[in-house]
Design a protein around this ligand. Structure first.
Ligand code: ZN
Length: 179
């Protein structure tokens, strides 16, 4: 069983472009966060399975197509050497088990990849991910932002680089304890 690193994509691995119409093609609405690539690479090197778990209600709402989302995911996978991407295509009214803060996406990933959730981490700038992590025993590391809310999170750090430093430190300590 391996540990995973779960990422929220928007705001962490990608940066939404400002001042662009929401009817523009998806590829024009965001850019890859190039500053994040080196940090994510350090996590890959440490043996984490890299997974994006993302709410995409825009699919239900019809403001993005499956095809352009697939293209965007191709770019994400390639840029960050991601192992997998799990999405919830539903909207609030659907009351599905996968829309974060529910933990369905994480459970699906855990099943498919045989993940050890207690050694896994979540990095996000949103409270919904901390909530999903808590219900499965993952450690949550939130990046300081206006969307972190007031739910329980294990760590709050200023940026992605600090998150990765924290995680590699904890991961190393856990391996030492288990050896
Ligand atoms: Zn869903």
């Amino acid at each position: 069983m391996k540990p995973a690193l779960f990422f929220e994509d928007v705001g962490v691995l990608t940066i939404p472009r400002q001042n662009i119409s929401q009817s523009a093609p998806l590829a024009d609405r965001f850019q890859v966060n190039h500053d994040a690539i080196a940090s994510v690479r350090r996590l890959k090197a440490a043996g984490f399975i890299l997974i994006v778990a993302s709410n995409k209600p825009e699919l239900s709402r019809g403001t993005i197509s499956r095809r352009e989302l697939d293209q965007a995911h191709g770019l994400l996978r390639q840029s960050f050497s991601l192992d997998d991407i799990f999405i919830c295509p539903h909207d609030d009214a659907d009351r599905c088990p996968c829309r974060k803060p529910r933990d369905g996406l994480f459970k699906e990933a855990a099943h498919k990849w045989h993940l050890e959730m207690e050694r896994s981490f979540v990095i996000s700038d949103k409270w919904q991910d901390a909530e999903a992590a808590r219900s499965l025993g993952c450690t949550s590391v939130l990046l300081q932002s206006p969307t972190i809310g007031k739910v329980h999170r294990d760590f709050l750090v200023p940026n992605l680089e600090a998150a990765v430093d924290k995680i590699l430190h904890l991961h190393g300590a856990r391996q030492f304890t288990m050896a």
